[in-house]
Design a protein. Structure first.
Length: 277
């Protein structure tokens, strides 16, 4: 329900954009040219399918002479989101993706996290946070992860570096549960998961997370993240290079069968450790 309400809010943003664009006598292509995106992208914004970045919202205000209307509307919608502002647009795109390919160098991807693991990750970054903040963050992550349980779920392929399996986030019991959770998704054929082992040595884009998303009627997009910032990239050349890097990661990783065996073995190691503490 919350996701549907957020979608309706962005559809309102799109309707507002269309209304002011037409009042200015501009086509989608003409407005796009003035804010340095394609006319097709303006169409996606107007449908509420894509969410513009803040910089683009302020450019709409400049071109359409609307004061701070689009900037203020954007900030209001972002503040209502349970996600960090730099990740909000990517989270919305996950919900409509037909295929998601992720690489995680040190942390289990959000779509595969258990509540206990997500809680431990959140507390590590926010040691003085209130319980309300922590639980809201965990709930937001679990709401995102629900897409893998839907009948219309996207094809989901994740490559985890072995480091993500070995860092005891939350302690042995939490890690055992987390790895069992991933293994269950694999066995239920809800996700394809491979592990890039330590033995693979150097790998493409070392230390950098990447998530590629494909859609029914939109161009593919790549999301990358740094400290308190994220980038949605849809330039065809960048997407092509990212896909090539992902292919190299996939070829260096263990097979899905060997990866599952390693995940289950690591889970058992954590279980033994938890039982002795």
């Amino acid at each position: 329900m919350a996701k549907a309400k957020r979608q309706e809010a962005w559809e309102f943003f799109g309707e507002l954009l269309k209304e002011h664009r037409e009042a200015a006598g501009l086509t989608q292509s003409e407005l796009g040219a003035r804010v340095f995106v394609s006319g097709a992208y303006i169409g996606l914004f107007e449908q509420g399918v894509r969410k513009p970045q803040l910089e683009l919202a302020t450019m709409f205000d400049e071109v359409l002479k609307t004061g701070h209307l689009f900037e203020k509307t954007w900030r209001r919608l972002i503040n209502k989101s349970p996600y960090a502002s730099y990740f909000q647009a990517a989270a919305e795109l996950e919900a409509v993706a037909t295929k998601i390919c992720a690489f995680a160098p040190t942390v289990v991807p959000g779509l595969l996290q258990t509540p206990a693991y997500a809680r431990a990750v959140t507390l590590a970054s926010n040691p003085l946070a209130t319980d309300e903040y922590v639980e809201d963050t965990v709930k937001g992550r679990m709401d995102r992860a629900a897409i893998l349980k839907d009948e219309t779920r996207p094809v989901y392929w994740a490559i985890l570096h072995e480091t993500a399996l070995r860092i005891p986030v939350g302690g042995p019991a939490v890690m055992a549960e987390q790895l069992d959770h991933i293994a269950a998704y694999v066995r239920e054929r809800k996700a394809l998961v491979q592990v890039l082992p330590y033995a693979a040595g150097a790998y493409p884009q070392m230390g950098k997370m990447i998530q590629m998303m494909e859609f029914e009627d939109q161009p593919p997009t790549v999301y990358t993240e740094a400290l308190f910032s994220g980038n949605l990239l849809d330039d065809p050349a960048v997407v092509k290079r990212s896909q090539a890097a992902y292919d190299l990661l996939r070829s260096a990783a263990l097979s899905p069968e060997a990866s599952l065996a390693l995940i289950e073995s690591a889970a058992e190691d954590y279980r033994r450790c938890a039982s002795t503490t």
